[in-house]
Design a binder for this molecule. Structure first.
Ligand SMILES: Cc1cc2nc3c(=O)[nH]c(=O)nc-3n(C[C@H](O)[C@H](O)[C@H](O)COP(=O)(O)O)c2cc1C
Length: 360
């Protein structure tokens, strides 16, 4: 079992607020498929009416959407869906937004209805501090704040949230605004004003940076959310400093069965790497972060047996330093040691071997 703020979860996988958490039955399916907890669609004072279409594929593992909050009235969640979730034993995180006026009216009601935890979200992140302070006064269940990624000094801001009493941080929401165009018609792919928010694989590097920055400054648990599609993505999130793994796009694009696979692959990777728990791997990257003027000296190791002679390493070399004829050769005068050749090698025939660190 995994413990999130005193609540027992059967897995560290948490479903982020989204279309699959539109009602209790759908949330139960996610829980049955292996989710430790499920966040409701964001509950507000008024129900949302969404543009159509409001969700499109951007790459094979990424989406853009301009779906708003829940399309149920708050009373539906308070009187029907949350009590049903409680009865069905689904660990429920109630997402509440987006203003102080709304949260002050809703948080006690969703807590009383049976939510295990509240997650607060706002379009204006600076509102989160008064919203967290107010919510902490109103409810005794734990309170999470969910942040948008594009906050300057996000670590310092999270420190302020921690001082305001927040119990955990979800890092982060989708990235945007972003949009795509159908070149056949010249129209935007999404309805409404055409602008939406990017999720899935392409945002993972941004999420990792935010988790890292937040972990440097706060001690509360972090739910890493944004771009996790595989077990190794989940390990990266933990190594950056997350304690729990959030996913939203993964089950939307790959189905509920992807949750069990994610959990198994994640556990297999941790085991293979020699970690007995998430805590052991949590934040381990922090000790290795150098500064921008550091220049690690390395040499390339080439394994001819593994090489398929695909020539990718040669093609990507901007400096034309690498050649592959009878043998692999490197022009050490021209090579800048950018490392791209080894990074693109599909069979790890070419790898970098660290020699020592130096400074410019
Ligand atoms: C279609 C869609 C609807 C979403 N709706 C909400 C929402 O109502 N409230 C919210 O806090 N986040 C919402 N999100 C954001 C997700 O919870 C999550 O932060 C984001 O998708 C990044 O995670 P991912 O890359 O694993 O999808 C939504 C995401 C998607 C794709």
């Amino acid at each position: 079992m995994y413990n999130l703020l005193g609540v027992e979860l059967k897995s560290p996988i948490i479903i982020g607020s989204g279309p699959l958490s539109y009602n209790a039955e759908s949330m139960k399916r996610l829980s049955d498929a292996g989710a430790g907890a499920v966040v409701t669609k964001t509950i507000r004072k008024e129900r949302a009416i969404n543009p159509a279409p409001h969700m499109v594929k951007s790459t094979n593992s990424s989406l853009i959407n301009n779906e708003k909050w829940t399309d149920f009235e708050p009373e539906r969640w308070i009187d029907e869906e949350i009590p049903k979730l409680k009865e069905m034993g689904v660990v429920t995180i109630a997402s509440v937004g987006h203003t102080l006026e709304e949260s002050s009216e809703l948080v006690e009601k969703v807590a009383k209805a049976g939510a295990d935890i509240i997650e607060l979200v706002s379009y204006d992140y600076t509102d989160l501090i008064p919203i967290v302070k107010d919510t902490k006064k109103r409810v005794s269940i734990p309170v999470i704040a969910k942040l948008p990624p594009m906050i300057e000094n996000i670590g310092d801001f999270c420190k302020e949230l921690e001082e305001a009493g927040v119990d955990a941080i979800t890092a982060c929401d989708s990235v945007g605004p972003a949009f795509r165009i159908d070149i056949e018609t010249g129209k935007p792919l999404l309805g409404g004003n055409g602008f939406g928010w990017l999720t899935g694989e392409v945002i993972k590097p941004i999420t990792l940076h935010k988790i890292y920055e937040i972990r440097r400054k706060v001690n509360v648990p972090i739910i890493g959310l944004g771009g996790c599609m595989t077990g190794s993505d989940a390990v990266e999130m933990v190594m950056a400093g997350a304690n729990f793994i959030g996913v939203c796009t993964l089950p939307i694009l790959r189905g509920e069965a992807s949750l069990g696979k994610l959990f198994n692959d994640f556990k297999a990777h941790l085991h293979r790497l020699g970690y007995n728990s998430i805590d052991e791997a949590c934040g381990i990257v922090h000790q290795y972060m150098g500064d921008i003027n550091e220049r690690t000296k390395f040499e390339f190791i080439y394994d001819e047996e593994k090489c398929t002679r695909c020539n990718l390493c040669v093609k990507v070399c901007a400096y034309k330093a690498r050649t592959l004829n009878e043998t692999m050769e490197l022009d050490k005068e021209e090579c800048r040691y950018c490392g791209l050749c080894a990074s693109v090698c599909p069979t790890k025939a070419l790898e970098v071997h660290e020699l020592q660190k130096a400074y410019n």
